[in-house]
Structures are given as C-alpha cells and as structure tokens.
Unconditional design. Structure first.
Length: 427
C-alpha cells in the first residue's frame, strides 16, 4: 500500500518548504541549523498544514542521533523520563545528545513539560516541539526560555498552489490521474491554508474514485456521500475540537452543533469531546452558571451508561446547554493569575499566624500566634491577613455581573466591605 499523498509530497530539504522563506529561504533564521544539523532545541508554532512536521523531519535526518517521538495525546511520562535518563548517561559517556520530538506539545500538562527541563539545560536532550497553540499560554515559561521559538505562517495562495501543482505532477506520473485546475481551486477554497487537509481529501478521492480525471464535482460528490475528510490522528482532530470550543465560547448555537456533528459523524472518541466540554464549562462559563459543569458531568455519566450511538444525544444536550449558557472567564483568569504569581513567589513563607502548631515547640516559636477563628465572631470573618505580607492587596478573582455571577459579585463585595468596616473599627 502506498503512503498517504501528504507523505509522498513531504519536503526533503529546505528548498522544498513552501511559504516559510523567513525561516527556510536563503539566510533564513532556521535554515543553517537544519541543513548543517547544528544541535538546537526549538519549538515550531504555526497553523495546521504549514510545514512544522516537515521541517522537523528534515532536521532529524541531518542529526542522526538517538530519537524518541511522541505526541501530546500519547505522552507516557515514565517512558519519556526513562529515555531522558539514558540520554543523560550517554551524554556523560560520549558527549552526544539525544533528541525528543513532541508533536502537539501544548497538550502536555505542567508536570509533563517539567520533565525535560534538567536534561535540556544540561545539553543531554535536544527538545523539538510543534504546536498549533500560542506557546506563551500553553508552554511553561521555564521550558520556553530554554528553547528557540520559530513562528511559521499560514500558507498563502501562491504557496498552496505550488503544493497542489506538485500533487498534480506526482499523480500524473505515479497514478496516471489528472487533477483539473478547477479541482485545485476547489481544494484551496474548501481547506484554505491547511494544505495537509486538502491533500488528505485528494487522497480519499483517489481511493474512492474510479475516474482518471479528478474534478471538483467528484470531490463534492464524495463530501455529499459522507466520506469524512477528517483525520482522527492528525491536526484536523485538534482543529475541529478547537472549532467546537470557540463556537461554544462565542455562544454560536448552530455552529456548536455543526462542529460536534462533524466529529461524531467522523467517529471521534466521544470521551475526548466530553473532556473538552468539561473544560468549556469551567473555562468559559465558570460561576456565571455553575450548573453547566454539573450538566456536562451528567452527560459524561449518561453516555458511559448508554454508549454509541444512542448516547450521542447526551453530547448534543450538553453542547447545546453550554452554548446557550451565560459566559464568564473570570474563573479561568483567576487560575492563571494565581498560578503565575505562585510560581514567582514560592519562596515566601506561610505567615506565622496561620501556621499549625501541633507541638509545644512550635507554639513557643510563635506558630499560630494571633490566629482568630472566624466562627467565633458574629460576622464569621476577621481582619486577619492570610496572604504573605509581600502580597497584601493582590486580587486574583474579579467577578462580573453576568448570569449567576451577579449574585456571586454581591457576595464578593459584601465580604470586601465587611472586612474594611471591621478594619476601620479596629483602627
């Protein structure tokens, strides 16, 4: 069986990379490192189908070093750590680095990303990553500071046409097939800058069609007959869930239902969708409608009980509720602010007044001295400061007046006002 068309057309050198002259053209920022195989940990950020994986493959061919590949969705912490430990031993023995390539690196959590830090810092591991998401938000700052970031652009019309022209030439030589100019126009319009998805669609047309000439009518026929141009293991897998998430966030009900249907029809893992729905309920709705998370969890449970296909109704039930729910990202913003400040101030000690004092020695040292138990007071709060002194006055959560959060805003302002009143009375 022949490899997919996108693989057969994959560039073999920098000259064949299209649309990324700023990186791969003459004097490009990445070209010398790639062509000469100069060891460098780097991260490629760009939209689907812009050449990230191709660039990495060209670079790997020049390095000829021990290699470990994984994706964000198949990451095994134990396996990766074992490879990195071996890489460190080899580096100490012969001074040669090993390579780890992580596709969709933004899908790794903090603990998974942190595993690379000591090995990259010492030079034992060359880390290569590819992502479609903004690394400023999705990649740990400590890791981001240890790799070089290169930004790839979406392919413009000229670059897309060059790839489709190459596809036309290859099909004529290897398959005896003709790709009409109108078919190329159709693929450009249908898939935009994501040339990989366009090639996958063309590949499916080759497998499903019997005619020697591939026309836009043939491509439209396949789409109308339900041949899903969707790659569960490729970037369209993440693009479509992203489209669903952004549609729900924007309260676009019909678009939300459409993208969900696209994934369901293509046979997507329903639990993958449900897990993202749980994130939507917390990240984009939060306390504006706490019931959103409850309904999403119930949809997950109901689907597990019923299964496919009858259980699909619960996914549509949940997505419809999420799309219609009032939106608030204050919880998401509060999480980000708190984590960011916590990472920068982890050296600050817990104030003595709120430390536990289970032993006499601790009490003698001042642990818990001055602590006031809120329930002992009529107002059920005190002026006791529980943040480190250096952070007094810091605000992470600022509720808005949308949906249920309007009531939470009242509670928030009530406690704020009460604490100020008590502080004034005590002064």
């Amino acid at each position: 069986m022949k490899p997919p068309l996108s693989e057969r057309l994959r560039p073999k050198n920098c000259d064949q990379i299209v649309g990324q002259d700023q990186l791969c053209g003459e004097g490009g920022a990445l070209r010398e490192f790639v062509e000469q195989g100069i060891p460098l940990s780097f991260l490629l950020w760009g939209p689907p189908g812009c050449g990230k994986t191709s660039l990495v493959e060209i670079y790997l061919g020049r390095l000829s070093l021990p290699l470990f590949r994984c994706t964000g969705s198949t990451f095994n912490l134990k396996e990766v750590k074992g490879f990195c430990e071996t890489a460190q031993q080899m580096y100490g023995f012969n001074g040669k680095s090993s390579v780890v390539f992580v596709d969709e690196i933004h899908r790794l959590n903090k603990a998974q990303q942190d595993v690379f830090l000591p090995y990259v810092e010492k030079g034992a591991v060359i880390l290569l990553g590819a992502t479609t998401e903004n690394p400023s938000f999705e990649v740990n700052k400590a890791l981001l500071s240890r790799v070089k970031l290169f930004v790839l652009k979406a392919l413009d019309g000229e670059a897309r046409r060059r790839v489709l022209d190459r596809a036309e030439e290859l099909l004529r030589e290897e398959e005896g097939k003709e790709l009409t100019s109108e078919a190329k126009d159709f693929l450009e319009k249908a898939y935009g800058s994501d040339i990989r998805s366009a090639l996958n669609a063309l590949d499916m047309a080759l497998k499903a069609g019997k005619e020697k000439t591939i026309t836009p009518q043939e491509l439209e026929r396949l789409m109308s007959e339900g041949v899903p141009f969707y790659d569960r293991d490729g970037e369209s897998h993440y693009d479509t869930i992203s489209a669903l998430h952004k549609s729900v966030r924007n309260s676009d009900v019909d678009a939300s239902l459409y993208w969900l249907a696209r994934m369901v029809v293509a046979g997507e893992d329903r639990r993958f969708i449900l897990r993202r729905m749980i994130r939507m309920a917390s990240e984009d709705i939060g306390l504006a409608d706490p019931k959103a998370l409850e309904i999403t969890l119930h949809a997950f449970q109901a689907f597990d009980i019923v299964g496919v296909p009858e259980g699909d109704i619960f996914l549509f039930y949940g997505v419809l509720y999420l799309a219609l729910a009032p939106k608030s990202n204050t919880l998401y913003l509060a999480e980000g602010k708190a984590k960011s400040l916590a990472a920068k101030t982890s050296h600050l000690p817990v104030p003595m007044t709120i430390r536990n004092a289970p032993t006499t020695l601790m009490k003698d040292l001042g642990y818990g001295k001055g602590y006031r138990y809120a329930h002992d007071f009529e107002e059920k709060t005190t002026t006791l400061e529980t943040l480190p002194p250096e952070l007094l006055g810091t605000k992470f959560y600022l509720p808005n007046d949308l949906g249920n959060e309007k009531e939470i805003q009242k509670r928030y302002l009530y406690w704020e006002a009460l604490k100020k009143k008590l502080a004034k009375e005590e002064s």
